[in-house]
Design a protein around this ligand. Structure first.
Ligand SMILES: [Zn+2]
Length: 437
C-alpha cells in the first residue's frame, strides 16, 4: 500500500465546481479523501502544494506518438514521458502510424505496448478509413469495441462527401466522436504555408483558410440528418470559429479544439524558411489569433489539445517545401495556454483547467472511466501546477525523442511540478516539496 497526501494547494475540479485550498489524499491508485487539514499521520509521503494548483490530470485528445513505424521520432514510452513532464496523465494518440491504426489488432498492439512501456495512460483513436485513404470504411463498430476512444483520419481529411456521410452514420452508432482534419486537399496541393504576404515573399505556394472552412461547412451540413458527434481538430481560421459558433448556437453536436501554436504565432514565424514553424494547418495571421482566443473565451472552442507532432532533426533540416509538417507540444502547452488565455484575461484558471480535463475527457468518453475529475473513489490522476513559475523553453525541458518546436528560447510562465498517474508519481520537478514520513 502506498499513500500520498497533497496539502495546502488550491484544488480546482471543474467537474464538481470545487475551487478552494484543500488537501487531497491518495491511497494506491485512488483518491480517498478531499478535505480541509486532513490528518498527516498515516500518509507515507506528504507533498506541500503551497502556492500551487491541484487539478485533475491533464488530458490531451490529440497527439502523434509515432509507434508503430516512426519510432525514430517518438515511441509510446518517450511520448508519455514528454506528456507527464507537461502535466498530462492521459494521451489520445492519432492513427496516422505505419501501418495505420485501422484494425482491432493494431489497437490491441498500442494498448498492450502502452500498458508495458508508457508512464501515462494512452488511448488510441482509430482510423475511419482503411490506411486513411478516404475510400474503404473501417470496421467502425468492431474498433469501438476494441478500445478506440474516437475516430479520425488525422493527417488527412476525408475528401469524399459520400464516404464522409457513411463514416458519420457509422460512428454515430458507437456514441464516440468523429474528429476531422479539415483540409480540402485540392485547395492545398503543394502548399507548405498560409496563403499570405510571407508565402508570396518566400515564393511558396499558399494554403488558404477556405480549405479548412469548406470542410467544416460541408460536414456540418452532411451531419444534420445524422447527428454524429463531430469535432473540428486544430482549428486555425477565424472564419472557421464563426462556423462552429453558429452550429453550436443551433445546438448541433459540434465541438472544436485549439492548438497552442495557433494561439501564439503568425505566418511570420515561417520567415527565413523556418521549418520549425511549418505545421498543418499552417500558422495564419493576427486576426485569426484574435478570433481563436475570442472563440475560447466565449465557449465556442471547448477543447485545448497539443497536436504534439515529433519529427527528427534530419527531417526538419530538409528544404521548407519538403520538410514534414508539425511541432512538439506536450511539454510547453500548459504554459503557452496560460500565457495566451489566462494572462490576457480571456479565461480563468478554473476554465482553462476545464478545457484541458473535463472537456477532452467527454470528447473521448474518458469521463466514463472517472478521468478528467478529482473524485473520492475515482482514479488518482492529479497534476500540480505552479502558475507563477517562470522558465525559458530549453532542449533539456523537452523529454520526448524530438525537439522540433519554434518555442525554444521562449520565456514562459506556469509549469507542471508534479504529475501523478494512477497514484504513481510520474514527474516531479521539485522533489524538495515531497517529504517521506
Ligand atoms: Zn491534423
Amino acid at each position: 500500500m502506498s499513500s500520498l497526501l497533497i496539502v495546502n494547494g488550491r484544488v480546482i475540479d471543474p467537474a464538481s465546481g470545487l475551487d478552494q485550498v484543500l488537501d487531497v489524499a491518495i491511497q494506491d491508485d485512488q483518491i480517498t479523501e478531499i478535505g480541509r487539514r486532513l490528518p498527516r499521520k498515516g500518509a507515507e509521503t506528504v507533498y506541500d502544494a503551497e502556492g500551487c494548483l491541484v487539478t485533475p490530470g491533464l488530458i490531451d485528445p490529440h497527439v502523434h506518438l509515432r509507434e508503430p513505424g516512426g519510432e525514430h521520432k517518438e515511441t509510446l514510452e518517450t511520448g508519455s514521458r514528454a506528456g507527464v513532464a507537461g502535466g498530462f496523465t492521459s494521451l489520445c494518440c492519432m492513427p496516422n502510424t505505419t501501418p495505420a491504426l485501422d484494425t482491432p489488432d493494431a489497437l490491441t498492439f498500442v494498448i498492450d505496448r502502452a500498458a508495458r512501456s508508457a508512464v501515462s495512460r494512452i488511448f488510441p483513436v482509430a482510423a475511419a478509413t482503411r490506411a486513411r485513404k478516404g475510400e474503404e470504411i473501417t470496421e467502425i463498430q468492431l474498433l469501438a469495441k476494441s478500445g478506440a476512444v474516437g475516430f479520425s483520419d488525422d493527417g488527412d481529411c476525408i475528401d469524399s462527401a459520400g464516404t464522409m456521410s457513411r463514416v458519420l452514420a457509422s460512428v454515430a452508432r458507437t456514441g464516440l466522436a468523429f474528429m476531422q482534419h479539415c483540409q480540402e486537399s485540392s485547395l492545398t496541393r503543394g502548399s507548405a504555408m498560409h496563403a499570405g504576404t510571407v508565402a508570396t515573399r518566400l515564393g511558396l505556394s499558399g494554403w488558404p483558410r477556405v480549405a479548412e472552412e469548406v470542410i467544416i461547412e460541408r460536414d456540418i451540413r452532411l451531419n444534420l440528418a445524422i447527428g454524429c458527434r463531430y469535432h473540428v481538430q486544430h482549428i486555425s481560421s477565424g472564419e472557421s470559429v464563426e462556423l462552429v459558433r453558429r452550429a453550436r448556437a443551433l445546438r448541433l453536436p459540434v465541438s472544436a479544439e485549439a492548438s497552442p501554436h495557433h494561439l501564439h504565432l503568425t505566418h511570420e514565424a515561417c520567415d527565413g524558411y523556418n521549418t520549425a514553424a511549418k505545421v498543418n494547418p499552417p500558422l495564419r495571421e493576427q486576426t485569426d489569433i484574435d478570433a481563436l482566443r475570442a472563440g475560447v473565451a466565449d465557449g465556442t472552442i471547448t477543447v485545448l489539445a497539443t497536436d504534439h507532432a515529433p519529427h527528427s532533426a534530419d527531417e526538419k533540416h530538409l528544404p521548407f517545401e519538403e520538410a514534414p509538417f508539425g511541432l512538439v507540444g506536450l511539454e510547453t502547452a500548459l504554459a503557452l495556454y496560460a500565457e495566451a488565455l489566462v494572462r490576457t484575461g480571456a479565461v480563468s484558471w478554473a476554465r482553462l483547467i476545464r478545457l484541458m480535463t473535463v472537456e477532452p475527457a467527454r470528447l473521448c468518453n474518458l469521463d466514463a472511466m472517472g478521468l478528467g475529475t478529482l473524485a473520492v473513489g475515482g482514479p488518482a490522476d492529479v497534476t500540480i501546477i505552479d502558475p507563477e513559475q517562470q522558465w525559458t523553453v530549453g532542449r533539456e525541458d523537452l523529454r520526448g525523442k524530438s525537439q522540433n518546436t519554434p518555442f525554444l528560447g521562449t520565456k514562459v510562465r506556469s509549469r507542471a511540478l508534479l504529475t501523478v498517474v494512477a497514484g504513481e508519481v510520474a514527474h516531479d520537478l521539485e522533489p524538495s516539496r515531497r517529504k517521506r514520513r
